[in-house]
Design a protein around this ligand. Structure first.
Ligand code: FDP
Length: 331
């Protein structure tokens, strides 16, 4: 079989070596996951963020670092590493990666993924990543699902590639994706309800109230527990995802990492016509201030994400009211 590759027709020329290397790494990862060694989910300790590491988290990090050795990369920053590492002195790019997103789902055969963001590299490793999120020039993810797909944007629309199992090539299946806004699905870890800020509780209360509430529509809930899988569903059929800040210890800025989770997902969503905020302000308008820093994340169809922001602007009496008494959003 030929070496894994990707159709580079729609990939900007300077980024082709990097995308070919990402495709090789992703195809290899897809094979590892398909083979499904039970030890993949073995507990291996904790990373610098205090998150539990599974064997596949570490293997994925080593695999992508190796695949990217000759891809024009100067700096490599990973969820699994405390600090960025130098790859090629003359490389042009700084790549941040969550090598294995959704690791709590490894042993359940549910879709997991890899998320990555690319910035122009400077001479200083940290400064190459700690910058306005909107300066990213490529963001993407790989979803290892029943079909392995890569979703990527270079700042001119969102593209989808599917791994062809016969050729090991990521073939372009969608050159310019448009996020539909017809779904009435919301995704949130509802077990944290009592910890959420009031505007988020009010928004979800009104979704749950369905036709009895101010939205006058019935909603459906989805929670997979893999960010890539939620992002992929929303890119395919719309809806909204929320991981807000909450008052559990360590969750004051939510759970998800700005650099290698929220910024690239926000980039893909915006490029597909959707919207991504921290509840109120666009994710991409913020600065990445710490390599492993977190941010609340709300993304999906623009009208739904805008509505969450509007709940944050409601007067306290309105946001605290039971849905039956909340008047401002009655359809
Ligand atoms: P995981 O820790 O399993 O890697 O990246 C963090 C993440 O998963 C996301 O993929 C997922 O959306 C979220 O955490 C799940 O959080 P909950 O444990 O609150 O469900």
């Amino acid at each position: 079989m030929r070496a894994p590759s990707i159709d580079i027709t729609h990939v900007p020329a300077p980024l082709r070596p990097l995308m070919l290397a990402m495709a090789r790494g992703a195809a290899e990862m897809a094979g590892v996951i398909r083979r499904g060694d039970r030890r993949m989910a073995a507990e291996m300790g904790v990373n610098s963020n205090g998150d539990g590491q599974k064997r596949l988290d570490l293997d994925a990090d080593a695999l992508f670092r190796d695949a990217l050795r000759h891809a024009g990369l100067r700096w490599y920053a990973s969820e699994e590493l405390c600090d960025p590492v130098a790859i090629q002195d003359d490389g042009d790019w700084a790549l941040a990666i969550d090598p294995l997103d959704g690791s709590s789902n490894i042993d359940t055969n549910v879709s997991i993924g890899t998320i990555f963001a690319v910035y122009p590299a400077g001479t200083d490793a940290n400064a190459s990543f700690l910058r306005p999120a909107r300066e990213l020039i490529c963001g993407g993810y790989v979803i290892y699902g029943p079909r392995c797909s890569m979703v990527v944007s270079f700042g001119d629309g969102t593209q989808i590639y599917a791994l062809n199992p016969d050729t090991d090539c990521f073939d372009l299946t969608e050159a310019r994706l448009s996020l539909p806004d017809t779904s009435f699905e919301f995704a949130i870890n509802a077990s944290n309800y009592r910890h959420w800020p009031r505007p988020v509780r009010a928004y979800i209360d009104d979704c749950l109230a369905g036709t009895d509430g101010p939205r006058d529509k019935n909603f459906n809930m989805r929670w997979i527990g893999s960010l890539v899988a939620e992002a992929h569903r929303i890119l395919m059929r719309g809806g909204i995802f929320l991981y807000p800040a909450d008052d559990r210890p360590g969750y004051a800025r939510g759970r998800l990492r700005m650099l290698y989770e929220c910024a690239p997902i926000a980039f893909l969503i915006e490029q597909a016509g959707g919207r991504a905020t921290d509840g109120a302000l666009p994710i991409l308008d913020a600065r990445v201030t710490a390599l492993h820093g977190r941010t609340p994340l709300v993304f999906g169809s623009a009208d739904k994400v805008n509505r969450v922001a509007a709940y944050h602007d409601l007067p306290e009496a309105e946001v605290s009211a039971l849905f039956g008494n909340r008047g401002l959003f009655r359809a």
